[in-house]
Design a binder for this molecule. Sequence first.
Ligand SMILES: CC(=O)SCCNC(=O)CCNC(=O)[C@H](O)C(C)(C)COP(=O)(O)OP(=O)(O)OC[C@H]1O[C@@H](n2cnc3c(N)ncnc32)[C@H](O)[C@@H]1OP(=O)(O)O
Length: 410
Amino acid sequence: MTTELRVLSEAERDAWFGCLELAFGGVPFSPESREMYAALAEPQRAIGHWDGADCVGTAGAYSFRLTVPGGAAVPAAGVTGVSVSATHRRQGLLTSMMRRQLDDVRSWGEPLAVLLASEPGIYGRFGYGAATTEMNLRIDTSRVRLALPPGTDGVRVRRSSPAQALDACEAVYGRLAADRPGTPVRQPGWERVPVNDPESGRKGGSPLQCVLAERDGEVTGYATFHLRPAWDDAGPRGAVAVRDLAALDPASYAALWRFLFGIDLTSVVECHNRPADDAVLRLVSDVRRCEVRLRDGLYVRLVELGAALEARSYRAPVDVVLEVEDAFCPWNAGRWRLTVDEKGAAVCRRTDEDPELALSVNELGAAYLGGVSLTTLAAAGRVRELRAGALAEAALAFSSDAQPWCPHGF
Ligand SMILES: CC(=O)SCCNC(=O)CCNC(=O)[C@H](O)C(C)(C)COP(=O)(O)OP(=O)(O)OC[C@H]1O[C@@H](n2cnc3c(N)ncnc32)[C@H](O)[C@@H]1OP(=O)(O)O
């Protein structure tokens, strides 16, 4: 069987989307979701595999800018919509799309590609490393109390509709983005994604609800959530399913959590996709009644290794020669000297000096946003130290204070 791989044309969009929908089980997207994603789509950056008139493979790449350690927003291809028809799986179609896509991303001059994987086993072979961790939480609010910081009572929490709160929420998101590596800087249209509310996403809960935190009339935070109220003779049994929560200061942050903890007819707060260092775990009285589950989040692929390593800043000076393996993008393979000055600014150049650390591009992708330590990767046998001291120096330089996190899907 032969298939043709080509850039998507306008006329082919519906067939491309149909292939994607079927590959994920055939449950149709809601009309609103479909319209929203169609508006965000960048067809000139999407590719499809065609078997005659049938679309049998899809892959897209949003033109993101991603926050990296130090706060810069670096061009990154946001890989999305990857699928191969069940009739054509395990014949190399995905591999050929990843080949074409990474060549394209390189030709566009974007040093990074990033994605959220449907399954963790798929993308390592293409040089992606899991760089962020998502924390899922289930808090027993009938038992857990919050230690509120001074000023919490001065924050007003008021209801708004998600649609009306959109601009205020975006302003908060935008102010927080530079401090959180892994955050996509949202471009116009993307503000709709966190408030998109198809019935299938509610899991039996209410339509999306929203509250704003305000001080002196200024919005200082927001939370969006679904409610699944329930009760019986023994008391409240319902759940608050938090979709999003962000605040500009500790008092606003605590006020939002206090509101969520106190909603009548509920005894559980569930959160999906919180950052691994979420301060809520430092507010609670009983961490044992907060079930924590960690999973992989954003995967990072250094497409142009030198440009990528120069685009972020570092926590400490370092001068280290890296020996990098990269079978899928061989232009990155070989020795690179990374030199970081006192201000954290880096120069990364080809060298033929003796290597001091040996690793593959996957480990560099995992460590890139500062959330996965090179020391931990070395303990797992995935980084080799060839000069004593090089590992500790590089691990410190690569680390980030805030844990990297990607707050929304794409
Ligand atoms: C960013 C995103 O959009 S993530 C979404 C990914 N899409 C999905 O999960 C939708 C359902 N699944 C699919 O559409 C397909 O099965 C895909 C896209 C995951 C794989 O497509 P295929 O064309 O079958 O992959 P291809 O034949 O190129 O396989 C390449 C290699 O990956 C392996 N592989 C493929 N799928 C998986 C998987 N789900 N888990 C682990 N390994 C996998 C293959 O075994 C093969 O390994 P090999 O190189 O050692 O032989």
